[in-house]
Design a protein around this ligand. Structure first.
Ligand code: SAH
Length: 232
């Protein structure tokens, strides 16, 4: 961020959108429904969560654009479409217990909270844990618990989960997360290295093991942890 004084035009760009509800409705229509997301509850949730509350103030004007945006610690708030795609793929029911790994800004957790009974978020960076909690409070979301820690190990004390969503890309599905999936549970996460060549997968726990499906190419920040990529 530059330190110099901004021009009035730049000041204008920084301002939060003046009609976020209209921008949000357009986002749902064009970016989410328009790209094939059909789950009514997901569309409704995406239409209710104020994304402008979850992006850094400098990017508030871009909150409803079709892209990820930078947040603190070199991380990103996911593209709205990707949040919707993962939420739909996880087939979350109103009674479900959900675990989200990589809570970042808290935006996806706020969407998941509208779909599920409970949401536990795990975030590795302490600064982002604080940010997520603050953002969730500011958005009026009180039913998400944000935990600091290595989400590649899951949250064994609160398991099992009906759905686990991982918002960062790992080398494999962490065995700890497989173990914490309830029978019939769904895990949605990107697999693959660096910032390219990743695939979104869905794992479903069956009576005898796991079914795995590829959901297509994606780009996420790396999942760094004991059962993920080694840290710097
Ligand atoms: N769902 C977030 C996306 C954040 S980007 C949102 O809606 O804003 C992914 C996040 O995963 C980053 O904040 C990063 O710090 C976090 N992360 C990476 N490895 C992690 C790990 N092992 N455990 C928990 N969080 C992790």
């Amino acid at each position: 961020m530059r330190a110099e004084k901004m021009t009035p035009a730049e000041e204008g760009e920084r301002r939060p959108p003046s009609d976020p509800a209209a921008l949000r409705a357009a986002m749902v229509e064009h970016q989410i429904a328009g790209r094939g997301i059909t789950d009514r509850r997901v569309l409704d949730a995406m239409g209710k969560v104020p994304r402008e509350v979850f992006v850094p103030p400098a990017y508030a004007a871009f909150a409803y654009e079709d892209r990820p945006l930078p947040i603190a610690c070199g991380q990103t708030i996911s593209q709205p479409y990707v949040v919707a795609l993962m939420a739909q793929a996880a087939r979350i029911g109103p009674g479900d217990r959900v675990l989200e790994i990589g809570t970042g800004s808290g935006y996806a957790a706020a969407v998941l909270a509208r779909l599920a009974a409970t949401v536990d978020g795990v975030e590795r960076m302490p600064e982002l844990v604080e940010t997520a909690r603050r953002n969730l409070t500011a958005a009026g979301v009180s039913d998400v618990r944000v935990h600091q820690g290595d989400g590649s190990l899951g949250l064994p004390e609160h398991a099992p989960y009906d759905a686990i969503l991982v918002a960062a890309s790992g080398p494999r599905v962490p065995p700890a997360l497989e173990e914490q999936l309830a029978p019939g549970g769904r895990l949605v996460m990107p697999l693959g290295g660096g910032f390219g060549g990743q695939t979104l997968i869905r794992l479903r726990r069956t009576a005898t093991g796991f079914d795995k499906e590829d959901l297509g190419p994606v780009t996420f920040v790396p999942l760094v942890g004991r059962q993920a990529w080694p840290g710097a």
